[in-house]
Ligand binder design. Structure first.
Ligand SMILES: Nc1nc2c(ncn2[C@@H]2O[C@H](COP(=O)(O)OP(=O)(O)OP(=O)(O)O)[C@@H](O)[C@H]2O)c(=O)[nH]1
Length: 755
């Protein structure tokens, strides 16, 4: 398969174009040589190489591509939320430019439309290219149209019809890379054979650079990894039928070309450009194809690169004693994620709870009331407390994790309001990875609960995800009970269904508490309702449920680990990274090792909730100002660790997985996306070592050919680039993974071995 290499400068496709357009647009643009996204580095007639994936132009592989783009847009947005030091003008720009990201078929800002390729304007390049060579192209077009007629002049009616049909077919495959005249001539020369004609045209175009961008050829090694659809015969262990009527996604080992991918456009000194965080996921991870715990050197041998000296963090105190001294008499800190199907009322519930607890001033509430009225969205007044961006408010959905904090009698609770829409599951996962406990909100309205609960709804998927991420304590809010007249029967019906399911998902009955509420009217949020229709309920309020959650033991004595979920420019010199301290403790002036980049940095400052602090401990969500370090050497998903006991970096590991309700069996070579803490990385199932009994873990079958739904197994997974991981038994938070394919979660697992 021939491939082209197109050097490009900006990566706006993933953030500017709704994913539904991209597939068609990118192909068109590639074939015309007008490629402008640095992540789309390769193309041929059937494939494009997006970052380090080959994407086949077949309908079924579209989903994978689509979800990948959406993940990137989600990341872009998640970072937007957390940039605390941007001034308002910057924020405005950011919203304008990056705010529109998910599938909006028609809502496009004028600036976006300028970038959209429109088939009806086939010969007019997008406005983006206007100052390039458009005039020349149009002139060529005109001069070419006349000979097109001459080519068909001597043909019979039958031949003309044949030619027309060939032209239609060829155009649908190659677009406009050749003029009608040229194609007609080649069709005639090849006896009206479409395949031969295509061969000739594609060869011509491989050899001829386009007028706009010179194309460089590049060999990209790749490994074919077919997705099989179960057929009558079970697929063979060794190889999957190549000619299956199924799509194949070809995952390429990162080539040198992918080394050009840099995660962040760092502010340009002269131009003073803004910090550009939209591409954080593809920041410069080590591109070494080698797996293993210590291969994070970017194309250089260990000798070439000066290996940092891994000194032990200087500690002249006992961490536990210091923690008692610092935090012994303060309230415990708990992180709670609020999840549930889209529109279950999560943001309204949290917003109204904040109002009831006096944490939102009447002035702010009045402002939201007026503004939401103006937009005809008055019912979202409480949701606006959590949904802060213009786009979220206009669309009436949460797109990114919202943060807020409240204090109960015994604890400080950080609330993470997760998006419910399935397009934003990666953001929801980011929130869930930081959570100790969860609230699952369901809508009691007739039909609505059922929609969320049935397969394809997010109630089940969110519950499975949070359990897989290690959350054991769950509060289930049966919300919007006002819509069913506070019906006790409806409450009991929903509780019965959920109880059964949550037990299967791995929640203990004793760790789950069900509470009926109305986020809108505020019943049972902080006080029990006086409504006589609600008199049947004598259980805890939502606030009681929060108060009753137990804070987990923090591993403050283990080696220091912090997962990075945001990177932003600080107020002074240096830059800040924020994230969760998973284990250990950290002091100002400590040195930390940034992995997998394997670079040392110095901790210049520490803040919790924007207040400076000298020492932080496991369980804290913190911001760290780093010094003596280049911002390009860190990305979301990096892990900061104790230099003397660094986190493992690997691209191959074994894990014990539980397979969810999948349609397509998992086989050797199956391509997946691995989610682990804040990392998302393409990977393949390298081996299926054994099928296990789900409850006892005993081996049921060695080396099974495939895994079907609801099975458990030991599998070996290889990621396309090294990631930071730990064995689950060592550090739970870094030893849990999830496997997703085409926007659905297919399995969750625990890391048992790192190679
Ligand atoms: N009747 C009634 N409507 C409610 C209640 N809670 C929320 N709603 C309405 O449900 C709609 C969705 O509310 P949100 O709070 O945005 O729902 P959400 O779960 O946060 O939505 P996503 O985060 O986008 O998934 C809004 O129109 C709310 O007014 C309730 O208790 N009763």
């Amino acid at each position: 398969m021939e491939s082209w290499f197109v050097p490009c400068s900006s990566s706006f496709i993933s953030t500017f174009l709704p994913a539904t357009f991209c597939f068609v647009v990118v192909r068109e643009l590639f074939l015309e040589g007008r490629v402008f996204d640095k992540n789309f580095v390769n193309a041929s007639e059937n494939y494009i190489l997006y970052s380090d994936h080959y994407i086949n132009f077949s309908a079924s592989s579209f989903n994978d591509f689509d979800s990948h783009l959406q993940y990137k847009t989600c990341l872009a947005m998640s970072r937007h939320r957390n940039i605390r030091t941007l001034d308002y003008s910057e924020e405005y720009d950011y919203d304008e430019v990056f705010g529109h990201s998910v599938e909006e078929d028609c809502i496009l800002s004028p600036s976006e439309q300028a970038f959209i390729y429109d088939r009806s304007r086939r010969n007019q390049p997008p406005a983006y290219f206007h100052d390039q060579e458009t005039v020349k192209e149009e002139e060529e077009e005109e001069s070419e149209s006349a000979p097109a007629e001459s080519a068909v002049k001597n043909l019979s009616d039958l031949e003309t019809a044949k030619l027309q049909s060939c032209l239609d077919e060829i155009r649908s495959i190659i677009g406009d890379i050749e003029s009608d005249e040229t194609i007609s001539q080649i069709v005639i020369n090849n006896g009206f054979d479409v395949h031969k004609t295509l061969d000739v045209i594609l060869k011509r175009n491989d050899n001829a650079p386009t007028t706009l961008e010179p194309l460089k050829r590049q060999e990209v090694p790749r490994v074919k990894t077919p997705i099989t659809v179960s057929s009558n015969a079970a697929p063979s262990d060794e190889s999957i039928p190549a000619e299956a009527t199924v799509p194949t996604i070809t995952v390429a080992t990162p080539s040198k070309a992918s080394n050009i991918i840099k995660g962040f456009s760092v502010p340009n000194q002269s131009g003073g450009s803004k910090l550009n965080l939209k591409d954080g996921f593809h920041s410069p991870r080590p591109q070494s194809p080698a797996s293993g715990r210590s291969s994070p050197f970017d194309g250089k041998s260990q000798e070439e690169k000066s290996v940092p000296k891994f000194e032990k963090l200087a500690r002249n105190f006992n961490v536990k004693e210091k923690w008692m001294e610092d935090r012994g008499d303060s309230k415990e800190n708990l992180h709670m994620v609020v999840v549930g199907h889209v529109d279950a009322g999560k943001s309204t519930l949290v917003g109204h709870l904040m109002v009831k607890m006096g944490l939102v001033s009447s002035k702010v509430l009045h402002k939201y009331e007026q503004e939401s009225k103006k937009l005809g969205k008055q019912s979202f007044i409480y949701a606006w407390i959590m949904d802060e961006t213009g786009e979220e408010r206009n669309r009436g959905i949460t797109m990114d994790i919202g943060f807020t904090q409240l204090e109960t009698k015994t604890k400080t609770i950080t609330i993470l309001d997760a998006p419910g829409h399935k397009d934003f599951i990666p953001n929801m996962i980011t929130g869930a990875t930081q959570a100790d406990v969860a609230l699952l909100v369901v809508d009691a309205t007739k039909g609505e609960f059922e929609t969320g609960f049935e397969s394809g709804g997010q109630t089940r998927e969110h519950a499975l995800l949070i359990r897989s991420l290690g959350v054991t304590q769950l509060g289930v809010v049966i919300n919007k009970l006002d819509t069913v007249n506070w019906s006790e029967d409806r409450f009991n019906e929903i509780v019965a269904l959920l109880k059964n399911f949550l037990k299967q998902a791995g929640f203990k009955d004793s760790d789950v508490c069900y509470v009926p509420c109305s986020g809108m009217s505020g019943e049972n949020l902080t006080t029990r309702s006086n409504d006589p229709q609600f008199a049947w309920y004598q259980g805890p309020t939502l606030l009681d449920v929060l108060e009753n959650f137990k804070c987990p033991e923090r591993s403050i004595e283990k080696p220091f680990r912090m997962t990075v979920n945001d990177i932003y420019k600080g107020t002074g010199s240096g830059f800040c990274v924020s994230g969760q301290i998973e284990t250990g403790a950290l002091l100002v002036n400590d040195k930390v090792l940034v992995q997998p980049q394997n670079e040392l940095a110095t901790v210049k400052g520490l803040t919790i909730d924007e207040l400076p602090i000298q020492t932080v401990y496991a369980g804290d969500s913190v911001s760290i100002t780093l010094a003596n370090f280049d911002i390009q050497n860190i990305s979301i998903g990096s892990v900061l660790s104790d230099p003397s006991q660094p986190v493992a970096v690997t691209s191959k590991f074994e894990c014990r997985i539980v397979v969810f309700n999948i349609q397509v069996p998992i086989t050797k070579g199956f391509p997946v996306i691995v989610h682990c803490h804040n990392v998302m990385e393409p990977a393949t199932i390298k081996r299926i070592n054994a099928e296990l009994n789900r409850s006892s873990g005993a081996v049921v079958k060695k080396k099974p050919r495939c895994l079907v739904k609801n099975t458990s197994a030991l599998v070996v997974i290889e990621t396309s680039r090294p990631i930071c991981l730990e064995k689950y038994q060592d550090i739970k938070q870094l030893g849990r993974i999830m496997l997703r394919v085409s926007g659905s979660t297919i399995a969750a697992g625990l890391v048992t071995q790192i190679f």
